[in-house]
Design a protein around this ligand. Structure first.
Ligand SMILES: [Zn+2]
Length: 201
């Protein structure tokens, strides 16, 4: 049975693979990160907690010629016809906790840098003032509710996770962050996700 969740998961993997291929064409090394590295039973246990480890980005990247590394979250939401980008507050807090540059790369191949957004960046609004204040008051996320109380009060569907909205116009082209696609790499984006799946699926 294909549930909505499974479809979102499959779509998320396709976006993650397409973004991996694009960054590799720019000379960036990209490897799996975050929950993908954990043993399944550890991952299941983490779900019973509110640890920021649950919100670590999916990918790690680096330029082979330079020290350091950065983290990447692939987001499969950008083609929706909204002007804004929704990012969970815990995702923003987790990015600061890693002390690594973190980028949210979208399926339109544009990116938001976490450091540009939080806490002084162009946040349009958050789910509610209460969640915003709690996120600012404790950067470990301990004060944040798992579900936004305002979201529940408005009778909203979905997870109700506290979130921030950022205008998509603040997204930057990948070229400005990671350099140009190298000659000879070809336009592999147009080949779709089937040929780019590192698992050979
Ligand atoms: Zn809220």
């Amino acid at each position: 049975m294909s549930t909505g969740f499974q479809e979102r998961l499959a779509n998320g993997n396709a976006v993650e693979n397409a973004i991996t291929v694009d960054l590799q064409a720019r000379g960036v090394c990209v490897k799996k990160f975050g929950q993908a590295l954990l043993a399944p039973d550890v991952r299941d246990r983490l779900k019973t907690t509110q640890s920021l480890l649950r919100w670590l980005p999916d990918l790690a990247g680096w330029q082979p010629s330079k020290p350091g590394m950065f983290l990447i979250d692939a987001k499969a939401t950008m083609r929706r016809a909204t002007a804004n980008h929704s990012i969970e507050l815990r995702v923003l807090l987790a990015a600061r906790f890693t002390m690594l540059p973190t980028f949210y790369i979208c399926d339109d191949f544009r990116a938001l840098a976490a450091d540009d957004i939080w806490p002084d960046g162009p946040i349009l609004r958050t789910c509610c003032d209460g969640c915003w204040e709690k996120a600012l008051a404790d950067p470990t996320g301990r004060l944040l509710p798992s579900k936004c109380p305002e979201h529940a009060r408005r009778g909203g569907g979905g997870s109700g996770t506290p979130y921030a909205l950022v205008k998509k116009l603040h997204c930057r082209p990948l070229e400005s962050l990671f350099g140009p696609v190298m000659t000879g790499a070809g336009d592999r984006r147009s080949t779709g996700s089937t040929s780019s799946d590192p698992r050979g699926a």
